[in-house]
Design a protein around this ligand. Structure first.
Ligand code: SF4
Length: 287
């Protein structure tokens, strides 16, 4: 969109249509051709909206959106949203859901928290995962407590190995593998760092070596990011033979989101939830 905007500005200056742009990206300077002329209408619509906002005497309503994570004003906007106790603090809520609540006179997280009512579930659907409810998340924030819906049970036969991976998706590069082995206190933890893309193979091999030295490792992680990591790294750098304990552990891993029918609701951000979900997986009890 930014490229289309630049093309439009250039067209206006040169009095000549600029219909094609190029984006050069990545370490290998790959080139992507973009037909900017096909985005011209959309760019003009955005310009009209910005124009209306700028000519308005009052600032627009503050709504936190996924893009805030990359925005330079993130700290100020988040502070303001916290002051207002705004519903957009509930990151999973869509604009449509927010509007529906506004129509009912609910504008703040605290107001929403008072609408939560625990429901008794019919016996036949007890094993099914319960629907996510924003009101429960709001309650978790108001009380600063973690709630788990359902009766979580987890059985780990072997040594639990908790996995948390960080990477740069736009560079298709994983730079950190975090591993915690067992439930001892203090825990045995490893942070395998790759300083460059070339080091990625090294940390993958270190990780495989670590797993190979653990008795009956059972990999536990949160959600799909680590699943994708294991698949990509296996394809990229290989895994030991299928009958090895390492490959079995990778194949039979479990995620905190698939391990039972419970739902985990935390007052914290997604990262907080991630850590706490793993914490829950370790202890298997209601906090
Ligand atoms: S941080 Fe503020 S200015 Fe930036 S995208 Fe979010 S709401 Fe908009």
């Amino acid at each position: 969109m930014l490229l289309a905007f630049d093309a439009l500005a250039l067209s206006e200056m040169l009095k000549q249509e600029v219909s094609l742009g190029k984006i050069i990206h990545g370490d290998n300077h790959a080139t992507l051709n973009v037909k900017t002329s096909s985005l011209g209408r959309e760019v003009r619509q955005h310009i009209a909206k910005i124009d209306a906002l700028l000519s308005s005497p009052s600032p627009p309503n503050l709504v936190l959106i996924p893009h805030c994570a990359e925005c330079e004003f993130q700290t100020q906007c988040r502070r303001k949203a916290l002051q207002n106790n705004d519903l957009s603090l509930l990151s999973g809520m869509t604009e449509k859901e927010r509007k529906k609540l506004h129509d009912k006179g609910i504008f703040t997280v605290t107001q929403l928290s008072y609408t939560f009512r625990p429901r008794r579930r019919p016996k036949g659907i007890c094993d099914k995962r319960e629907k996510y409810r924003h009101s429960l998340r709001a309650l978790a924030i108001r009380q600063n407590k973690i709630h788990i819906v359902g009766n979580p049970k987890i059985t780990i036969e072997g040594t639990p190995v908790y996995l948390d991976v960080e990477g740069l998706p736009d560079r298709d590069f994983y730079y950190l593998i975090g591993v915690r082995v067992g439930d001892c206190d203090p825990a045995v933890q490893y942070g395998l760092w790759a300083d460059s893309v070339e080091d990625e193979r090294k940390i993958w091999n270190e990780f495989i070596g670590l797993l190979a030295n653990i008795t009956d490792p059972v990999l536990i992680h949160y959600g799909g990011y680590e699943t994708m990591f294991l698949k990509r790294m296996g394809d990229r750098y290989g895994v030991p033979p299928a009958e090895s304990r390492v490959t079995k552990a990778i194949k039979n891993r479990s995620t905190s989101s698939q391990s039972s029918s419970h739902r985990f609701t935390s007052p914290h951000s997604q990262t907080g939830s991630k850590i706490l979900a793993i914490f829950w997986a370790r202890h298997g009890r209601v906090l």
